[in-house]
Design a protein around this ligand. Sequence first.
Ligand code: MG
Length: 299
Amino acid sequence: MAFFEVIDPVFSSYVIGNAPVKQLATGFDWVEGPVWFGDANCLLFSDIPNNRILRWTPDTGISTYRAPSNYTNGHTRDGQGRLISCEHGTRRVTRTEHDGSITVIADAFNGKRLNSPNDVVVKSDGTIWFSDPHYGIKTNYEGFAAAEENPCVVYRANPGTGALDVMVDDMNCPNGLAFSPDESLLYVADTGRMFSTDPQHIKVYDCAADGRLSNGRIFHTVTPGCADGIRVDTDGNVWSSAADGVHCISPKGHLMGKILVPELVSNICFGGRAKHELYITATTSIYRVTLNRQGMQKP
Ligand code: MG
């Protein structure tokens, strides 16, 4: 089978013709939140309905990293390499310290509980940006059904003071998010309210040095499916999950090509010794493909 679909000829140089889209493990229910730990040569990811974080290494395959996980979804690492997690079950964002203890970054805004933090990214100034849609509390599948208490927005957390600021409040349900390489742009996927026909697209915002956002506009609409998790490479291309695989979108917003995956993709992350491998969480399985690209995320 073909692993790639080239739309812009430039995409041919982003992929390696004989590098397979390889299934690394399967048998999960709904996987999400991949994050690469190069120092431990492992991938962590969430199997959300089964309430666990799993670990994959090239030598030993799958093992359990944390269970129960409080129904974690998205993950990233901060500037010190610590794991940052979005938890549906406890409706909070946490940091796992180097000694294994867990610090709560955010669990409420204006005295009301967060909804179900979904995905997270850390800016170079140390602030933690996360989306808080309602998916994890709409049913009992990926957490605990409950009422929404705050609007579905993107927050910025200051881990030093604990302060939370609302940064994006013009979406139905913000989801994946990523900064451009110079952090002058923030991309956010809006996947729409659950059980609705809301529009689904990636928006982009200008991001000032102090983090203030402006000029939000539609950047790209993924089809088939929608953009959930998104990542940026060192040239500013946006890589997005889609129903038929992973789509590569140029900084100008046009589709350059696709990595074809046989299951619906939820999220992705770059990893490997040169951040040249793309790890893909897709419904019941994880996949990996080696690219002629490098991801931006740290470390
Ligand atoms: Mg997500």
